[in-house]
Design a protein around this ligand. Sequence first.
Ligand code: MRU
Length: 344
Amino acid sequence: MIETIQWTTEGVVMIDQTRIPAEETYVTCRDYHQVADAIRSMVIRGAPAIGVAAAMGVAIGVAKADPANLDAKVDAICAELAGTRPTAVNLFWAIDRMKKLYGELRHLPHAEISEALIREAILVREEDIAINRAMGQHGAPLIPDGGIVLTHCNAGALATAGYGTALGVIRAAVESGKKIGVYADETRPFLQGARLTVWELQHDGIPATLITDNMAGHFLHAGKIACVVVGADRIAANGDVANKIGTYSVAVLAKENNVPFYVAAPVSTLDLTLADGSGIPIEERAGAEVTHVFGVQVAPTGTDVKNPAFDVTPNRYVTAIITERGVARAPYETSLRELARNGK
Ligand code: MRU
């Protein structure tokens, strides 16, 4: 099994996703600043995985803090972690969960607070794996046997604590005996599809074919793709979905070609405070990710660059949203609220 992130006595250990597939190396974060740096620099990435990292970041921050003025220190720890990446709501969900627990325990001795927060962060990780397996059970029946599934970015074990969301649905379908192949969009500019999704699928022996992003329309039109399954970074109350840049194009092309477009995401990815996707903050990353490929300059010096890391797919392109509590379909205003209520 791929171990994306773990709590150890040394610190928070993460597989370095900037090095895969060239190397399988691990980074140990020994304080919360290092956890924040790892999130910012994409050593760890993917919405649920950065949620787990943030929870562990709060735990290590409190454990290492001098107990004097702990309330202010917890605020500073949470603020630094929250400032790392703006789009994936799981990050804020995890920080809020840790902060709420701290609020309940703040009158206790420092050692007890810190032990409880460590236990909670480990629980966030364990729950995430269980959630992904449940999502897989709900999603697997939607995947046609013998078909090719197109996916974008990496919504796999590496993007979560384990098993994956979109790739979790694919894994569950394969485990149920279906013969499935995956077409992976390479996902420019950061190449999560080429580097991470293909690596992960090879790891599990699931047939994977790499295509560049601009080939997806060709294969959808040619009738090669049975369905599309992607993850999400934030889903608004009306079912608009923020996910890796390029997802919107795939969704439009899927609808044009009558191919189902599924989104797999945990309930913690829902942001019901936003009526629609227009309020989702979109991270703008460094231009060098576009002008350079692995340090090699591919555009003239001084090129003007735009590099939004995510886009928003309007709900009309989304066939269904697969969660750990079941599958939501339009109208999403009611089906998503219903799912959110189910766990309460
Ligand atoms: O910039 P990244 O690599 O963090 O973006 C990741 C994605 O867009 C994933 O599709 C999303 O977080 C879902 S991961 C289960």
